[in-house]
Design a protein around this ligand. Sequence first.
Ligand code: GTP
Length: 350
Amino acid sequence: MNRIAGNGSHSRHNYRIFMVINSVGYIGILVHLALIPVFYCLGFPGLAFLNIAGSVLWIGAWSVNHQGRYNTAILLMTVEVISHTLLVVPTVGWQAGFQYYLFAAVPFTLFNNRFEGKAIIFISIAFCMEFLLLSIYTSDHPPNPSLPDNLVKLFGRANIVIAFTAQGVISYYFRLASIYLEQELEKQAHTDPLTGLYNRRRMLDFLLQQGKLAEREQAALSVAFVDIDHFKKINDNYGHGTGDQVLREVAEFVKRQLRKGDTLARWGGEEFLLLLPHTDLDGARVLAEKICGTVAEHVFQIDGKDYSVTLTIGLCEHRTEHPIEKSIKLADIALYRGKQAGRNRVMCYS
Ligand SMILES: Nc1nc2c(ncn2[C@@H]2O[C@H](COP(=O)(O)OP(=O)(O)OP(=O)(O)O)[C@@H](O)[C@H]2O)c(=O)[nH]1
């Protein structure tokens, strides 16, 4: 179980499971506690006792949920709903509507990630069979004669409202979970997992967008390749893990020096691409010099050891009569020339 121990908090993945059990748990506890005196006063001590047992199970489920034992909580709640409806519906009658809780129980059990495939189908069919059997054996019978008609109607309507509320709570958290997963997938498709920067695919979208915008507004736009010098040596001398960490640290360090509208992406390997809207070549050069200088002076601390790196930056101002792909190529040529000229420098394409 993926629980963050110690402070009673739950990992984001399990948070929704925790919340749905917690919310449904409050409903279950309140309803069962409220029904104890009701059934007792109506002369059904057996049903009052059943609600005491039900309350104990719901409180138990609520409590184990707070300990991070979500599957146990779901199991306790499911057992309670099945046995409770099985005993109450034949006693008070179909019209009192206690069978509606079986509808909410089906999606609820699907939250239990221990159940898969066949188990889910079996459990769903079991709920359906119970509902059908209760319908066959009780729906044609009049309500229990010891219960006043008005009370049976009140039970029937209250149970519909409560079962719908429980269903709503469960659906709401299902929805949150699926929205969260969609966002996660989208983020993963656009993000470089090592540095957390945009990946090449997303950067291409930005480049095309900004290229069109620059053309429409006749605004300046610059692109720059930022490349770590002799990065292979870092890998060879200190290992791939340190190389990864250097990549992360450099990415973070460069990102901190950018303006809000600038975009930095990992283009591949030890190479980053920088997109600078509303920036002409002079402005881009000033920024690139600053980045180059600060990185060269900075000491990166990784696992208690000091590392220094330098960058070579190849710059190009985008000309709107060309496609943006051409500017990327020209910035790459500038980078190559910078490397040839001795590295640790900014080279502009001219
Ligand atoms: N640790 C790590 N290394 C990577 C990653 N991606 C690429 N590399 C390494 O980066 C190195 C790039 O080497 P080269 O292309 O020769 O460039 P360089 O050593 O930086 O030399 P110059 O760019 O010419 O200064 C290779 O050794 C790749 O294996 C990565 O994600 N993590």
